[in-house]
Design a protein around this ligand. Structure first.
Ligand code: SAH
Length: 255
């Protein structure tokens, strides 16, 4: 029996056209695909017709498999000689726990390959018309996780609050009021532009833009559904002029 192998593949933020050539080729040949809820339906439709699809969950509050079971599943399938695609939203090494999965594979002596994907920050910012490091507004960009733990977010607020930064917050929808409040409490002007983008790069993309003072209420009124990405900083101002994707969608809806 040939030894199995695991391909840890980034599926990008949603639009199937944003897959890498490597990812598309592997999906077309796949035998077993273990995927997350973030992988969009059109991407799953590109998988080889005979491939076995295994859903690994990871929605908030709905983990079909816990991380240890998932790691063991990958190891077991590879030991059965399978070529396994572990398909994750965005990039596998950005907030995807892909690092833990390849650590488990390495520990078990299983061969693996990592195929990068377009992370939500890059894909969503591009489609929302927000150039993350436009030099008139920012000199750095930070990707942070904004999930709530016991009602608070574990971040170094003084560090995040320094000027010239663009902040991109993953998993921040529930924590949005806390996030905005903490930044203002740590000295960021409440007039700082901020936006939240739902389902970026897909047909249900919607951007709600405001400031640190107004965004929590605007987002609540808009009843956004996850996944959403939050972008904070002067660069968000450019969205009004550069929102090419939502403008095209609105024009197509009028035709
Ligand atoms: N590995 C992924 C991130 C996994 S964490 C990546 O590189 O993109 C999951 C978070 O990613 C979501 O809570 C959301 O904040 C963000 N996200 C992923 N896809 C998104 C999309 N299409 N639109 C908005 N946010 C998205």
């Amino acid at each position: 029996m040939l030894p199995g192998m695991v391909y840890l593949v980034g599926a990008g933020p949603g639009d199937p056209e944003l897959l890498t050539l490597r990812a598309a080729k592997l999906l077309a040949e796949a035998e077993v695909i273990v995927h997350d809820h973030l992988v969009s339906a059109p991407i799953l439709e590109m998988c080889h017709g005979g491939a076995q699809l295994i859903y690994a969950g990871k929605e908030r509050g709905n983990h079909a498999l816990d991380q240890t079971d998932l790691n063991q599943l990958l190891v077991r399938l590879a030991r059965e000689g399978k070529r396994v695609i572990r398909l994750k939203g965005g990039d596998p090494f950005i907030f995807g726990r892909g690092g833990e999965e390849v650590e488990a594979l390495a520990a078990a002596g299983i061969a693996f390959e990592v195929v990068p994907g377009i992370t939500a920050a890059c894909g969503v910012a591009a489609y929302a018309g927000i150039p993350l490091t436009h030099r008139d507004h920012a000199n750095s960009c930070l990707f942070v996780a904004g999930h709530l733990k016991d009602g608070s977010i574990d971040l170094d607020w003084d560090f995040l609050a320094r000027p010239g930064r663009t902040l991109v917050v993953y998993m921040g929808l529930l924590g949005l009021p806390t996030l905005c409040r903490e930044l203002v409490a740590h000295g960021v002007p409440e007039t700082t532009p901020a936006a939240i983008v739902q389902h970026g790069t897909t047909q249900s993309q919607r951007t709600v833009a405001g400031t640190l003072a107004t965004l929590p209420q605007l987002a609540q009124a808009a009843r956004l559904a996850p996944p959403t990405l939050i972008i904070i900083g002067g660069v968000v101002r450019l969205h009004t002029r550069l929102a090419w994707y939502e403008s095209l969608a609105a024009a197509a809806a009028r035709d």
